[in-house]
Design a protein around this ligand. Structure first.
Ligand SMILES: NC(=O)c1ccc[n+]([C@@H]2O[C@H](COP(=O)([O-])OP(=O)(O)OC[C@H]3O[C@@H](n4cnc5c(N)ncnc54)[C@H](OP(=O)(O)O)[C@@H]3O)[C@@H](O)[C@H]2O)c1
Length: 316
């Protein structure tokens, strides 16, 4: 059994002191766990830059944060659509130009359970494109900037990584043959997490000053399925989530922890630790070995560099 170093109550934001002078960049922060993470950082005096795809929702989120936390809350947004690689490139360039220091980049945005196969403009299965390739490119473009800040990269995964095929379907990446909403979402989250652990290994081997952490929010009441999932899955989740899920606020704590807590470790997965790691105190979760498969991670890295036309400054 894993020893939980934050005690029976688990990690909570009350462990954090003032975050004045820190800057957190969060993808998909107009809603759900990303929005709640922004609330925590702002309440502790940090600056937050959201990377969101929707202008109206971003302005509404900023309004609501300022109404709650005061007009001085330092929150802005840069438009970025992870489904369009050129949009990611533009957003990364703006961040490098405007944000001098990044304490943590949190890869939080995602789409899930897309019922029928859809392709992004760059030709990727939509969940793999948004959740993995978009974030892979963003992290690669911002890596040197984050290293100069001695900052962190936090990847928000999901328990889904171990509930699908438990491998990257290199022979049919877009699920052209037998598409299912579940397997394709699971693949995209596995890809994100495999990438993160591979990045951890590369950072350590190259002795770079970037901390990479991986977490998941368990089952949280957010908007994740509201736009994308099938009507049946939406109705099912709407009913089930009242019983089995926790609040979006609690869902945000693992990513806040990974971005700001001192006592985090190498090759760990942080999230809720009760009811099969879906709710409850935040701590170290059990890991399925599929996510640490080095050969697959290395193959995925090479493929991701090709697909995003990006050669990372850090090599394997
Ligand atoms: N909720 C859960 O039970 C659960 C379980 C396991 C893992 N997760 C993970 O938790 C993270 C946060 O999700 P959530 O539950 O908070 O869901 P959410 O409320 O739907 O938030 C997702 C965010 O991602 C943004 N997004 C979607 N597509 C995007 C794109 N192409 N470009 C930029 N931003 C985009 C959304 O923007 P819009 O508002 O414009 O759509 C939204 O701000 C995700 O990584 C998800 O996989 C959640």
């Amino acid at each position: 059994m894993t020893i939980q170093k934050f005690g029976a109550g688990g990690w909570t934001p009350s462990r954090l002191g003032s975050l004045v002078g820190k800057t957190f960049v969060i993808t998909g922060a107009n809603n759900g766990a990303g929005y709640e993470a922004a609330r925590v950082f702002l309440a502790k005096g940090a600056k937050v830059v959201m990377l969101n795809r929707n202008v109206d929702k971003s302005l509404a989120a900023i309004d609501s944060l300022k109404i709650e936390l005061g007009n001085n809350a330092d929150v802005t947004f840069v438009r970025m659509d992870l489904a369009i690689l050129d949009s990611v490139r533009e957003a990364a360039a703006k961040i490098i130009e405007k944000v001098s220091h990044i304490d943590a980049l949190i890869c939080n945005a995602a789409i899930a359970q897309v019922p029928k196969q859809e392709l992004t403009v760059d030709g990727f299965e939509s969940q793999l494109g948004v959740n993995h390739f978009g974030h892979f490119l963003l992290c690669g473009l911002l890596f040197d900037h984050i290293e100069a800040s001695k900052g962190r990269i936090v990847v928000v995964g999901s328990n889904a990584y171990k509930m699908g095929l438990k491998r990257i379907k290199f022979e049919d990446l877009n699920f052209d043959k037998k598409y299912t909403a579940w397997d394709s979402y699971a693949q995209s989250k596995l890809a994100q997490m495999m990438f993160a652990y591979e990045l951890q290994r590369r950072v350590r081997a190259a002795d770079k000053d970037v901390l990479v952490q991986v977490c998941h929010p368990g089952a949280s009441r957010t908007n994740l399925l509201k736009d994308t999932a099938s009507t049946f899955n939406k109705m099912l989740w709407a009913a089930l989530s009242r019983i089995i899920a926790q609040s979006a606020e609690k869902g945000s704590w693992p990513e806040v922890m990974c971005a700001a807590e001192e006592q985090v470790e190498y090759e760990k997965l942080y999230g809720p630790t009760k009811r099969v790691d879906t709710v409850g105190p935040i701590g170290e979760c059990t890991m399925d070995e599929c996510v640490l498969d080095r050969e697959m991670a290395s193959q995925l890295w090479t493929l991701s560099e090709q697909k995003t036309s990006l050669s990372w400054s850090i090599q394997g």
